[in-house]
Design a protein around this ligand. Structure first.
Ligand SMILES: [Fe+2]
Length: 245
């Protein structure tokens, strides 16, 4: 939805006026939601759930623009996520409902919101639980650590050196980021950079993640898991051969 400030209202031409009229239902809906939140706005200025969701939706709609900058986008989503009030009733309820186990890694996850443009998920790890290396075809991701401590490592696929070929079903991955996330720390990935990642929880950890666009049948089908060699390639300390599983 476009933003209309007071000045724009005062200087509207007829087509502009008609545009505002068309936007009125969504303007009213926003106002209604904002009013409904009265009385439960966090005192520390953080965002309640509905405001957060609206802000993410507005940012996520930018993926349809020709000039969508994925790095700026994941940064914006990270900033918004840091403002989210973690004790919002929606978040607290989701914590109670963490009942679905990921197939690989036995990590609990709970979708908070699933839309065409993005998904919002709460993920909980027990100590030592791992999500093995996997990719996110054509997607961006932002992960916020809400509590706990977790290692994240990201990789890019790289071409083998000139004249070298790999076994069928193998590829080379370059480690491009390795972090330990604690409360309020972020990890991001785009379709081109850091798209493959793996996570290992050092403590019981809760993450909020936003994927844009979200997994759908096609993207889930294209998604791959990787089994990396324990040792890096000789002479390339950050490059690992991996079997695609
Ligand atoms: Fe992932």
């Amino acid at each position: 939805m476009d933003d209309y400030d007071r000045r724009e209202f005062l200087s509207l031409s007829l087509p502009g006026f008609l545009g505002v009229m068309l936007a009125m239902p969504s303007l009213c809906a926003l106002a209604t939601r904002a009013n409904a939140s009265d009385g439960r706005l966090p005192a520390d200025g953080s965002m309640h759930w509905e405001a957060f969701l609206e802000a993410v939706a507005k940012e996520a709609a930018k993926q349809h623009l020709d000039a969508w900058n994925q790095e700026s986008y994941v940064e914006s989503i990270g900033k918004l996520a840091r403002q989210l009030h973690m004790e919002d009733p929606v978040m607290l309820k989701a914590m109670e409902q963490l009942d679905t186990r990921l197939k690989q890694g036995d990590v609990d996850f709970h979708y908070l919101e699933k839309r065409v443009d993005f998904s919002l998920c709460l993920v909980q790890f027990d100590v030592g639980q791992i999500i093995k290396p996997h990719d996110h075809p054509g997607m961006t991701g932002m992960i916020l650590c809400a509590s706990g401590e977790i290692e994240t490592t990201n990789y890019n696929v790289v071409e083998p050196p000139e004249g070298k070929t790999l076994e069928a079903g193998h590829c080379l991955l370059r480690r491009v980021a390795k972090n330990v996330l604690r409360k309020n720390d972020l990890s991001t990935l785009t379709a081109k950079e850091r798209n493959i990642h793996t996570l290992t929880a050092r403590k019981v950890t809760q993450l909020v993640d936003v994927f844009t666009p979200p997994y759908n049948d096609e993207r889930s089908e294209q998604s791959r898991w990787f089994e990396l060699d324990a040792e890096a390639r000789p002479g390339s300390p950050d490059v690992f051969e991996a079997r695609i599983t």
